[in-house]
Design a protein around this ligand. Structure first.
Ligand code: SDX
Length: 443
């Protein structure tokens, strides 16, 4: 797809799709609505009222849940656009905070607005001092994602002046607070697990550098931040910032559709992201590579991944939307080499193993036929491990980055005049009505 080549005027086209019901002999027309690019939709909002049928789409493989202007994915072409800008160009030329402003506001900021936004975020990175006591309720070996869910949800008990979702100013304040505070919450979750003291945010550091400093510095000595590591961290945040209506974003939208406050909705998104089929895959990839161990065992695990009787899947492979190489994985694959070289890591066996696994899988008919390619999670863990993060922190970093995507999508939903509370129906296959049986008469 090139600029504007397939952009069309979005909206109701006047075209229709007709459903012929052979049971009743009736036909029903449903309007076709075009987007600016990508598949058009059939508007089925009146489907049940007109036909008496529900549509049925477990996993929403063919269902559009909303209208959005934020992120576009072309899974066949491996294209990812944030507000129309290709992810590769943003990863190369932009910064995470500039991408945050783009996702939230819809346009790349002027120099003046960029400085104002960055300053605003910087001055919201501290947590209310009472929040640190929430950490003390957890065991030191609690998974940091459990801590993230708990502490992020607790924010709604502290920032009452930004929980009125119908007040635009409060929506913006809540959005900025969440973007600003998630790195602090994440870094403190790591510190708590190590028994080291919390490190407070510093206003003289960039967003990524500040996060690295809060994570790895100690009060005992100056912590020098590798410029290249901070740049790599910032780029990883950009790549994970948003991704259309994925499971965790859909969770945030559904929670928000009931009017729940933004902090509680983000906690719900963190919970959904944790799953190994979603954001938890980056941690699962490292576990998988550790289990494979050596290149000569790769064929054995590829065989297991293809075996329907074996629950093992190649973590970091496959995607609901991408049926081509995930463009984020391509950038991360390249970054792997750059970061390892800059860190002076001469030889990273895990990277060699991952590349061998990718080579063998992409030559195997099972993966080729199903269009299973490496996704964003396949290479990210290797970089994060080289940067010093334990695998238990990988999904936490994903959550820090995705917070801006979640909150931008949440804000878009709240401001969408068409939005209603999300309330799917079902295909019921349980018992029909039957009388109560007293216990003495049961079998
Ligand atoms: C993320 O949605 C998003 O945008 C998510 C994300 C984001 O930025 O928010 O991109 C982040 O979650 C990336 C995905 C990370 N998850 C993993 O890497 C886990 C491993 N991948 C799979 O679990 C799977 O590919 C999913 C969950 C990602 C997608 O699953 P789908 O779309 O439901 O596909 P499916 O399970 O129906 O699979 C289709 C076929 C099946 O075989 P058949 O029944 O056709 O014979 O492909 C097979 C599957 O068994 N298959 C795999 C496989 N992934 C799919 N077989 C082996 N290994 C795999 N990884």
């Amino acid at each position: 797809m090139t600029e504007g080549s397939s952009a069309i005027k979005p909206g109701v086209t006047g075209d229709i799709v007709t459903l012929k019901d052979h049971r009743s002999g009736k036909s029903f027309d449903f309007p076709v609505v075009d987007g600016s690019v990508g598949p058009s939709v059939v508007d089925v909002r009146k489907f049940y009222g007109d036909t008496g049928y529900f549509t049925y789409d477990p996993g929403y493989t063919s269902t559009g849940s909303c209208e959005s202007k934020i992120t576009y994915i072309d899974g066949d072409e491996g294209v990812l656009l944030y507000r129309g800008y290709p992810i590769e160009e943003l990863a190369e030329n932009s910064s995470f905070l500039e991408v945050c402003q783009l996702l939230l506001e819809g346009e790349l900021p002027s120099a003046e607005r960029k400085v104002a936004f960055e300053t605003h975020i910087t001055y919201h990175t501290m947590l209310h001092e009472q929040l640190q006591y929430f950490y003390r309720g957890f065991r030191r070996d609690a998974h940091p994602m459990a801590v993230m869910v708990g502490v992020a949800g607790a924010l709604s008990a502290f920032y009452h002046d930004s929980t009125d979702i119908y007040d635009e100013k409060q929506r913006i304040i809540a959005s900025h607070r969440l973007i600003a505070k998630m790195p602090t919450i994440a870094a403190w979750a790591y510190k708590y697990s190590t028994g080291q003291p919390f490190i407070y945010p510093r206003n003289d550091l960039s967003y990524a550098a500040n996060f690295l400093h809060m994570t790895f510095a100690t009060p005992c000595e100056e912590y020098d931040i590798h410029r290249s590591v901070a740049r790599a961290m910032d780029r990883i945040f950009i790549l994970h910032a948003d991704h259309e209506q994925n499971a965790s974003t859909s969770t945030v939208r559904l929670a928000g559709s009931s009017g729940a406050n933004p902090f509680a909705c983000i906690a719900a998104g963190i919970a959904s992201l944790w799953g190994p089929a979603h954001g938890g895959a980056n941690e699962a990839v490292l576990t998988m590579l550790g289990e494979i161990g050596t290149k000569d065992r790769v064929p054995e695990f590829v065989k297991r991944a293809k075996d329907k009787d074996d629950s093992f899947r190649l973590m970091g492979f496959g995607h609901r939307v991408y049926k081509n190489y995930d463009p984020r994985a391509a950038v991360l694959r390249q970054s792997c080499h750059e970061v390892l070289e800059e860190l002076g890591v001469q030889h990273e066996p895990l990277l060699d193993l991952a590349m061998e696994l990718e080579r063998i899988a992409l030559e195997d008919d099972y993966f080729v036929k199903r269009k299973l390619f490496p996704n964003v999670d396949f290479y990210s863990g290797i970089i994060l491990r080289a940067m010093g993060f334990p695998t238990s922190m990988f999904t936490v970093l994903f959550a820090v980055a995705r917070t801006v995507g979640w909150i931008a999508q949440w804000k878009e939903m709240i401001e969408d005049p068409q939005q209603k509370i999300g309330r799917p129906r079902q295909l019921y296959t349980g018992h029909v009505k039957r009388p109560y049986v007293p216990v003495e008469k049961r079998g």
